[in-house]
Write a protein that binds this ligand. Structure first.
Ligand code: NDP
Length: 327
């Protein structure tokens, strides 16, 4: 038996709470990991509260990511004592996840913990930070350089937004942070944003094309925000879309794409190939200021995860939340 958050769904309803879990609940896998730290991502909030049908098998241990130490392995790449990170692959959705002391997964899903990070720092980054890096890589590979102009980051106070700002600023880009919490501007400029705009400027229905402003965009919000971001991206600029915090719709026209040559990159972290993950984690180790990471991180106990998940969905948190599992 081990301690963890378990989600159950039956005639009595949808419930998530800390309890002793029998190892028999764990799915098959060739690596068993003693989880040290996990985290709360937006998707974990949806899973724990049941607000969206993220969890597709019950009972389920939520937690789409974790960092810890291999306890036993029959996979050739891993041996007991190795420190590993896991992001995505359906873990915490269809395969028991990281918000428990023990996880059993496929060795092919694991990434070696970069030497630059502790397991706690890796989860302070978490899937949100790794996704932010995937977005930055998309803009870089498009050829956008710091001299090209402003980069817009939406959902700026969130996990993806906060890490994206810190990364872009460290790389020399001029970052404009869009937020519903303009009162938190000091936090955003402290991360490296050059200026802050109210998200209302982007969240209302807009025109097919607006004044060209952004060399690049990292969007975590979707809906009108994404449409307006595309409509105000400069000629041959690029938008990396990774989120739906404002809505899943995309009420846009093709005008930015066919008249300004704007490129829209879709960013998925869940099923990203191994080589892409390794590149993202190597770049995080090189380009993320760990002192800044600490300033955006708050820590909670495993038992607090359900209550904090509800706050996360209510937009009451900022930055990243790490969950102490084994510690
Ligand atoms: P957080 O909850 O940490 O942050 C989301 C932020 O979005 C909030 O802090 C808020 O920022 C803003 N926001 C919230 N509600 C609204 C709204 N109604 N309208 C406009 N803005 C809003 O989430 P994460 O940063 O972890 O994730 C952000 C998004 O990215 C989510 O949709 C998540 O599902 C997605 N995601 C996708 C991944 C992928 O693989 N594609 C991986 C990881 C995340 P502020 O207060 O500054 O306005």
């Amino acid at each position: 038996m081990f301690q963890g958050i378990l989600i159950t769904k039956d005639d009595a309803g949808y419930r998530a709470g800390l309890q002793a879990i029998d190892e028999a609940v764990l799915p098959e896998g060739d690596v068993t990991v003693r989880v040290a730290w996990s985290t709360l991502n937006y998707k974990d909030g949806l899973a724990i509260t049941g607000r969206s049908p993220v969890v597709r098998r019950f009972p389920m241990v939520p937690g789409i990511d974790f960092a810890g130490t291999v306890e036993s392995s029959s996979h050739p790449a891993w041996k007991a004592g190795d420190q590993v990170v896991l992001n995505g692959w359906g873990v915490g959705e269809v395969h028991c996840g990281g918000l428990a002391e023990v996880a059993r997964v496929k060795g092919d899903w694991l990434v070696r913990l970069p030497a630059a990070f502790t397991t706690r720092q890796a989860m302070a980054i978490g899937t949100a930070g790794y996704t932010a890096m995937l977005c930055v890589l998309a803009l870089e590979k498009h050829g956008i350089t710091p001299g090209d102009g402003e980069i817009l980051v939406t959902g700026a106070n969130g996990g993806v937004g906060s890490v994206a700002i810190a990364l872009l600023a460290r790389l020399g880009y001029t970052v404009v942070a869009s937020t519903g919490r303009v009162a938190e501007s000091d936090y955003l400029t402290g991360l490296g944003a050059a200026s802050v705009i109210d998200r209302k400027e982007l969240s209302e229905p807009g025109k097919p094309l607006g004044k060209e402003r952004w060399a690049g965009v990292i969007d975590t919000v979707g809906s009108h925000t994404l449409a307006n971001a595309c409509a105000t991206t400069r000629y041959r600029g690029a938008v990396a879309a990774c989120g739906l915090a404002g809505g899943m719709d995309f009420p846009a026209t093709v005008a930015p794409f066919i008249l300004r040559g704007v490129t829209l990159y879709g960013i998925d972290s869940v099923m990203a190939p191994q080589a892409v993950r390794v590149e993202a984690w190597e770049r995080l180790a090189r380009d993320l200021d760990v002192a800044k990471l600490e300033t955006i991180t708050s820590e909670i106990a495993l038992a607090d995860a359900p209550a904090v998940a509800a706050k996360l969905l209510a937009g009451q948190l900022r930055g990243r939340v790490v969950v102490k599992v084994g510690g």
